[in-house]
Write a protein that binds this ligand. Structure first.
Ligand SMILES: C[S@@+](CC[C@H](N)C(=O)[O-])C[C@H]1O[C@@H](n2cnc3c(N)ncnc32)[C@H](O)[C@@H]1O
Length: 168
């Protein structure tokens, strides 16, 4: 996703490194924001910009690395992903951002912070430079959480829902 790399706003086409999929070992039902069929994301169905994946029906286990579309353009995608509740998404580990605290953490079921800087891939196959921040994989649903925990990619945490009746 463009937001992972330093050229924010220049392109949506920063592809997820295959090593992440190798580590997760999942086949997804849907990639809702894809460059097109035949891309290496292991997904049975894809939506492209021509479909506008955000306005389509999402079913099954989703993998989402959203288009940037501006400074907070990923937020509608993140909301949709969290509401869908099944799959793995990638966003910046921007722990100082309002959206991280207000949108992501209260709704995510699990978070995986890969060790080191994840280098995304350009459409021509070149590998991006070293981004100035890490990323976080967001997990929803038991299948996604189990794969994230077993992946060995880095620090995995689950987020417990607040206990009912908790006054805080
Ligand atoms: C960050 S890339 C991720 C590509 C791939 N899913 C991956 O993880 O390697 C985001 C992709 O979303 C596509 N895209 C942009 N706007 C879209 C939209 N409204 N609906 C579906 N796809 C879109 C872009 O063409 C781009 O290929």
């Amino acid at each position: 996703m463009a937001e992972h790399e330093p050229c924010v706003g220049k392109s949506d086409d920063w592809y997820t490194p295959p090593a992440i999929f190798d580590a997760l070992g999942l086949t997804f039902d849907l990639d809702p924001c894809s460059p097109g069929p035949g891309h290496w994301v292991p997904a049975r169905r894809v939506y492209t910009i021509a479909d506008d994946g955000l306005s389509q029906l999402w079913t099954g286990l989703v993998f989402m690395n959203p288009p940037f579309g501006g400074r907070e353009g990923h937020i509608p995608w993140l909301r949709r992903f969290l509401a869908h509740g099944q799959g793995v998404a990638i966003v910046r580990a921007y722990t100082s951002s309002g959206w991280f605290h207000d949108e992501l953490v209260p709704r995510a079921e699990g978070l995986l912070f890969p060790r080191g800087k994840t280098k995304f891939i350009r459409p021509d196959g070149s590998v991006g430079g070293s981004p100035g921040h890490g990323i976080v994989l967001v997990g929803m649903g038991q299948q996604a959480l189990g794969a994230m925990e077993a992946s060995g990619l880095g620090l995995f945490v689950t987020i417990a829902p607040p206990a009912s009746g908790d006054p805080s």
